[in-house]
Write a protein that binds this ligand. Structure first.
Ligand SMILES: [Mg+2]
Length: 286
């Protein structure tokens, strides 16, 4: 008997389909951990997935950290995942550009590190609005200047046919000010500001676009039926899974609360109090 069949035998009613999952796409913050602290159940869950031949992949809209820095973050928790397990919005944007805009010149509003990462992935980048770019891309830009915002308006006004993309739609990003937690504007907020001038929004590549899930399934050779997205945010994590046509599980340890589901247009397949409850349902311990 396979491990899947074994697990199915013990799964509570309603969770049978979980047993057939072999590709687990996890959001990180608010789902598996908060900052540097792993939630109860995360370690046992991730260890079990590896031991049983299932695959955990981590999907994050955070474009400020490289895949290598995620490898190191997980190594500090004692996990030895390679870079291929981390699908960031920067990585998925490079993949998207290669698939849909191969060889095209891309005008970038973003940080130097984003520029380097995209160039390393073989993307041709310019920051001069007079160059013949056919794609304009906005990333989270902690080095934003007024000149950069003027330059992208210049390009998109003179060439409205330019494809307009952004790495991810998040409007704010956690920050700590002398120990006091708060927020700073993220990529989506920069796009909101540009909307005021351009009256145009970009296509966002990160969650909730299905690209992150689609690329993960292609990379790991898994079907929609074999795949599940697990996250704490209905409008990004769960919507990404729904848009990709895969099952989803929301955990209530971050953004979403149980009472949000009734009013949300985005409906998860399952809801769990926390990742430990998800682990118990998956492993048939309920
Ligand atoms: Mg999250």
């Amino acid at each position: 008997m396979t491990h899947s069949a074994n697990a199915a035998k013990h799964l509570p009613a309603g969770h049978e389909r979980l047993a057939g999952k072999s590709l687990f796409l996890f959001d990180i913050d608010g789902t598996l951990a908060l900052d540097t602290t792993l939630f109860t159940g995360t370690r046992e869950l991730l260890d079990w997935l590896e031991v049983t031949g299932r695959t955990a992949v981590f999907i994050t809209n955070n474009s400020t950290k490289s895949r290598r820095s995620y490898v190191e973050k997980f190594a500090r928790w004692g996990f030895s995942y390679g870079e291929e397990r981390f699908i960031t919005s920067t990585y998925v944007t490079a993949e998207y550009l290669q698939q849909h805009h191969a060889g095209e010149l891309v005008f970038l509003l973003g940080t130097e590190s984003l520029k380097t990462e995209l160039q390393n992935a073989g993307i041709r980048i310019t920051e001069d609005p007079k160059d013949p770019a056919t794609v304009a891309l906005v990333g989270y830009d902690s080095e934003l200047t007024y000149q950069k915002t003027r330059d992208i308006c210049d390009l998109l006004t003179r060439h409205p046919e330019t494809t307009y993309l952004a790495t991810h739609p998040d409007i704010c990003c956690p920050a700590i000010f002398d120990g006091v937690p708060g927020m700073v504007p993220d990529c989506g907020a920069i796009c909101q500001m540009l909307w005021c001038a351009l009256r145009r929004y970009p296509k966002y590549i990160g969650k909730p676009d299905p690209a992150m899930a689609d690329i993960s399934m292609r990379l790991f050779g898994k079907t929609k039926e074999e795949t599940i997205v697990v996250g704490d945010r209905l409008e990004t994590d769960i919507a990404c899974g729904v848009n990709a046509g895969v099952d989803t599980a929301v955990v209530f340890t971050g953004s979403a609360h149980p009472e949000d589901i009734a009013d949300s247009p985005v409906k998860p397949t399952w809801g769990f109090a926390d990742i430990e409850a998800f682990r118990q349902a998956l492993m048939g311990e309920e």
